[in-house]
Design a protein around this ligand. Structure first.
Ligand code: HEC
Length: 144
């Protein structure tokens, strides 16, 4: 009898562990992505053009010339492309994979100073969901 009770308790515990955790709503994902992009991974430091007071928020993630310089001869990305509304030619799933691996959909790697992010899947999904909501400026629209 005691054994049965234990087995039942173990089964109940297993059942509790197996409960799928509710997937976050799209709204919650976007909110977390907003926090990550604008407070943690700071994509806008390079992908938003600089104004006299720092990144020009009216052109959030619309792409910018790379103003950083290096004193060592390495291949260097000269422009941080627009990523608002998703980078050109990426599906959202491809963008999520990129944020987890640093590898483009075609297998190539962006040049420095683009960081090779290794976000976990939850964070990558949040970042992509948020960036997908950022409107793409008119002058960049044809690139999508
Ligand atoms: C330190 C500056 C810097 C930061 C921070 C940065 N990027 Fe970049 N990013 C670049 C540069 C420069 C390139 C262009 C690299 C090249 O031309 O090879 C680039 C390229 C990319 C590309 C490649 C587009 C393509 O050609 O396939 C994507 C996507 C991208 N960045 C997204 C992001 C996201 C999302 C974030 C934040 C999570 C971010 N970047 C943060 C500088 C940066």
């Amino acid at each position: 009898m005691r054994k049965l009770g234990l087995a039942a308790a173990a089964l109940a515990l297993l059942g509790a562990c197996a409960q799928p955790t509710a997937a976050p709503t799209r709204e919650a994902l976007v909110e977390r992505g907003d926090y990550l992009v604008n407070n943690v991974v700071l994509c806008g430091d390079c992908h938003t053009p600089m104004g006299p007071n720092g990144p020009d928020h009216t052109r959030h993630l619309q792409g910018a010339p790379n103003l950083t310089t290096v004193s060592i001869p390495i291949p260097w990305g000269e422009v941080a492309p627009p990523i608002a509304g998703l980078p050109a030619n990426y599906t959202e799933e491809q963008f999520i994979a990129f944020l987890q691996t640093g590898v483009r959909p075609d297998g190539s790697h962006p040049r420095p100073p683009m960081p090779p992010y290794r976000l976990n899947e939850d964070d990558a999904r949040a970042v992509a969901a948020y960036i997908a909501t950022v409107p793409r400026a008119e002058e960049n629209a044809q690139q999508n």
